[in-house]
Design a protein around this ligand. Structure first.
Ligand code: DGI
Ligand code: FE
Ligand code: FE
Length: 403
């Protein structure tokens, strides 16, 4: 029989006060495990239109990544069907005979009576009120009265603990996020990065935040430096081809995100195909290096729904194989990827030189771009054939549609 602590809440977002509370819980009681359980809020009750429980879960994982190993983040309530009730959660976690302690903040403590089956809550767990607020004598008196009331009515086992006061609330944090104010004293930095890069709770768009998040997901310095090279080249091409400002901005986002799943190896790409419900046939089986473009488009759209327009989605999807009927936007991402300055592969150098020469001789035009694109497909096809590799039919179709 293990001693399990259960710490529930909305965690929208998790902040330093929550972390302090979890530390207090572990320091005050002999627990084998502390489960932090974000509530699964039904869509119609969400705090903000864009609230995604998966984001709250991910932020908790980031916030507690280096914390006491007894802390575990549980997706139990988020994955449970319908509204999650503490009584049912406690029932689930007490089934194997473990002894439960339920930790809650003041809001929850004051409303325990109105919960779904409070008698079940009190019979299945000891309840610990984690007082995070600075409490005055009047508060303490009220909390004491409540405690006696729960004890007498439900035979509750209640303990009140003072977490070192760290006065903050998720509501306050959300308004700071929306106002673009510093979050340094409120959120662990990976959580702040996550909020900003995913533009949660109305966070204004900031390029550094997106860059940091992409670097984190790619997790490989060399590959991320290629991404930055594509961003730079994409900006140069957008200027050369006089893209309107919104499109130039989108091309930059597409460049940041184009290789977002490139680090996923082995069976991982195939698993992503299944996860996104995409057909996986012989072509996919036989051209593994092209898969990251398709999975990258879906992944980027899922992770950054506010940023990824259809134009960005399609350009990412086409960036490796190309496709018949590519738009100017698609071609610019494709070319930026091929000729960014960090590439030293002979084909890339040759194509970069060809494009420079053609634009110098003939000026900047879509015809020159197409001539360069055809050459790039020829180089790729020649390389694949030389190595006896399988050729993706979309690469052939992309070339044919331009000649
Ligand atoms: O992801 P990057 O390395 O930045 O560049 P990319 O997305 O253009 O991917 C290049 C890789 O994809 C390279 O190893 C060749 C491969 N590739 C490109 N077109 C085809 C292809 N592989 C097959 N099998 N068929 C293709 O048509
Ligand atoms: Fe790529
Ligand atoms: Fe790339």
């Amino acid at each position: 029989m293990a001693e399990i602590g259960i710490y529930g809440g909305t965690f929208a977002p998790v902040h330093l006060g929550h972390i302090r509370a979890a530390e207090t819980a572990l320091a005050s009681l002999p627990l084998d495990k502390l489960l932090v359980i974000p509530a699964g809020i039904p869509p119609h009750k969400r705090l903000t239109a864009g609230d995604d429980p998966a984001d709250r879960l991910e932020m908790l994982r980031l916030a507690f990544a280096d914390a006491d190993p007894r802390i575990e983040i549980s997706d139990y309530e988020i994955n449970a069907e319908g509204k999650s009730y503490t009584a049912l959660t406690l029932k689930h976690f007490s089934e194997n005979g473990d002894h439960l302690t339920f930790f809650c903040g003041t809001d929850m403590f004051e409303s325990l009576d109105t919960w779904y089956h409070p008698e079940t809550v009190f019979s299945l767990a000891r309840v610990v009120h984690l007082r995070r607020e600075v409490t005055d004598a009047e508060d303490l008196k009220r909390f004491g009265e409540l405690q006696r009331h729960y004890e007498e009515t439900y035979g509750a086992d209640i303990l009140q603990l003072d977490a070192e006061p760290l006065v903050m609330s998720s509501t306050e944090v959300r308004s700071r996020i929306e106002a673009g104010l510093s979050l340094d004293e409120f959120l662990p930095s990976p959580v702040a990065e996550y909020v900003r890069s995913h533009r949660l709770y109305g966070a204004p768009y900031r390029e550094e935040a997106l860059a940091a998040e992409v670097a984190r997901v790619i997790g490989n310095e060399y590959r991320f430096s290629h991404t930055l090279g594509v961003v730079k080249e994409a900006a140069r091409l957008a200027e050369m081809f006089s893209l309107p400002p919104e499109e130039a901005e989108e091309l930059k986002l597409a460049a940041y995100l184009h290789d977002i799943t490139k680090s996923i190896k082995g069976n991982g790409q195939k698993e992503l195909y299944f996860y996104y419900g995409l057909p996986f046939g012989e072509t996919e089986e036989r051209s593994p290096k092209t898969l990251h473009a398709v999975t990258g488009a879906y992944f980027a759209r899922e992770r950054f729904p506010d940023l990824v327009t259809d134009r960005i989605f399609n350009a990412i999807r086409r960036h490796t194989t190309g496709e018949a009927g590519m738009t100017l936007f698609d071609k610019l991402l494709y070319l930026a990827d091929y000729i960014e300055e960090g590439r030293s592969f002979p084909d890339c150098v040759a194509l970069r030189d060809l494009f420079a020469r053609l634009t110098e001789e003939k000026g900047v035009s879509e015809a020159v771009l197409d001539e360069t694109m055809i050459r790039s497909f020829d180089l790729t096809l020649e390389g694949l054939m030389k190595d006896g590799d399988y050729i993706h039919p979309m690469t052939v179709a992309a070339r044919n549609s331009l000649v």
